[in-house]
Design a binder for this molecule. Sequence first.
Ligand SMILES: [Zn+2]
Length: 120
Amino acid sequence: MPSMNEDIAQYPVYMVNSDGKLKQIRIDSTDDYNHCEFELHHFIPQSIRKNNPELYGRIVHLQKLILLPKDVHHSIHAGAGYRGLENWELLFSRKQWRNGVYERYNNDTFGSVFVEFTGG
Ligand SMILES: [Zn+2]
């Protein structure tokens, strides 16, 4: 598996702001945040990447890293949402993916705004 620093270079990194919106941030490495308070979370779990590379290849465009307070990170893996965001907005859900929910998201404002499908 690639290192976290390789993933930071490859995928967009976000934080959840106080309004419950995902805001893209710029970090260059794992040296750029406080490890006592924050953890970097993979939206698409490493388990899918490792165990189901075929699926990962189909959804890799959705991959992102989210910098989360440690306790929030753990609660998201236990099924919780955060600041008004649903769990599936923070952790890839196969069910939502099959329903096409992620493809209806506007990538520029991912996590905050649904956009109308035009055409198709
Ligand atoms: Zn995580």
